[in-house]
Design a protein around this ligand. Structure first.
Ligand SMILES: O=CC(=O)O
Length: 313
């Protein structure tokens, strides 16, 4: 397989890069000054693309690669891949579900705990020597708060399970009611937001879910509500979120993802009720290795004409 051209769209986990290099002819455009020129000069040798949450495979890239057979994403999210174009051209697509579920669900709960209990602020308080002058003010209890989840898929269900362990009643909103769950279903997201204290975004990003959390939803959650986003930045109308936090119309937020990563609205930096992390939901050594192995196994299966492990298309 070492003559098969595999394009890695941008720098990723070193282990993935090394393992791909052992098996395929790995093409790394970031060492070249122009991405389009690089694609043009390698267009006839690229049979696979490995993308991620930063650069996937858009229509322009797909159209410029006539020999492309498969896009293997080093991510569970597929929003950076033009799935319609792939389907139209018969290009296979794989992602990395399941292996990252625990990490992302852990982070959702971690962000909620950090916001309610002001863990990051407390850390700064101690490290800045302020404890010697004062006790830290009281924070807010997390256990038992009503959790509302947008999207009860693999990750949403894992968050629900964790929330239950904290004694939190769980409810959810999704396109349709799930048959196999006892959690309360809200067909209208505004009702979910009005009836929970922690709203967690955990659905995939599609045209329907873009800005699913808008001003109305934020206002329904209200000044004692906390918004957690471990989905994608564009799920939330970010300027509306910032103004709600600045005006005190929302109680707080824990955010792993942003509309224009790595740009983050600087107005949030000084807010003690906001915890910001740099899109690290699945970024543990263990999970990154499992994701990388899955990308490689999918590519190997494809080029050996075997069934894909985690096919999307
Ligand atoms: O955001 C992370 C992923 O989609 O894997």
């Amino acid at each position: 397989m070492d003559s098969i051209g595999v394009l890695m769209t941008c720098p990723m986990f070193g282990y993935l890069e090394k393992e791909l290099e052992k098996r395929f002819k790995l093409l790394k455009p970031w060492h070249h000054s122009s991405f389009p020129e690089f694609l043009k000069s390698n267009s006839n040798s690229i049979r696979a693309v490995v993308g991620n949450t930063t650069i996937g495979a858009d229509a322009e890239m797909i159209n410029s690669l006539p020999k492309l057979e498969i896009v293997a994403s080093y991510s569970v999210g597929l929003d950076k891949i033009d799935l319609r174009k792939c389907k139209e051209k018969g290009i296979r697509v794989t992602n990395t579900p399941d292996v990252l579920t625990d990490d992302v669900a852990d982070l959702a709960i971690g962000l909620a705990l950090a916001v309610f209990r002001r863990i990051c602020e407390c850390d700064r308080f101690v490290k800045n020597g302020m404890w010697k002058q004062n006790d830290y003010p009281l924070s807010t209890k997390f256990s038992g708060k009503v959790v509302g989840i947008i999207g009860l898929g693999r990750i949403g269900s894992a968050i629900a399970k964790r929330a239950e362990a904290f004694g939190c009643p769980v409810s959810y909103h999704s396109r349709s009611k799930k048959a196999d769950t006892r959690y309360k279903y809200y067909p209208d997201i505004l009702d979910l937001a009005a009836n929970c204290q922690i709203l967690i975004v955990s659905c995939s990003l599609t045209e329907e879910t873009r800005h699913i959390v808008n001003r109305e939803v934020i206002d329904a959650l209200g000044p004692t509500g906390i918004l957690i986003n471990i989905g994608r930045g564009p799920h939330i109308d970010e300027p509306e979120l910032v103004s709600a936090l600045l005006d005190g119309r929302l109680g707080g937020a824990g955010l792993d993802v942003f509309e224009n990563e790595p740009e983050v609205p600087e107005q949030l930096f000084g807010l003690e009720n906001v915890v910001l992390v740099p899109h690290i939901g699945s970024d543990t050594v263990e999970t990154s290795m499992a994701m990388a192995d899955l990308v490689i196994k999918n590519l190997e299966a494809h080029f050996l004409n075997k069934p894909l492990l985690t096919p999307v298309i």
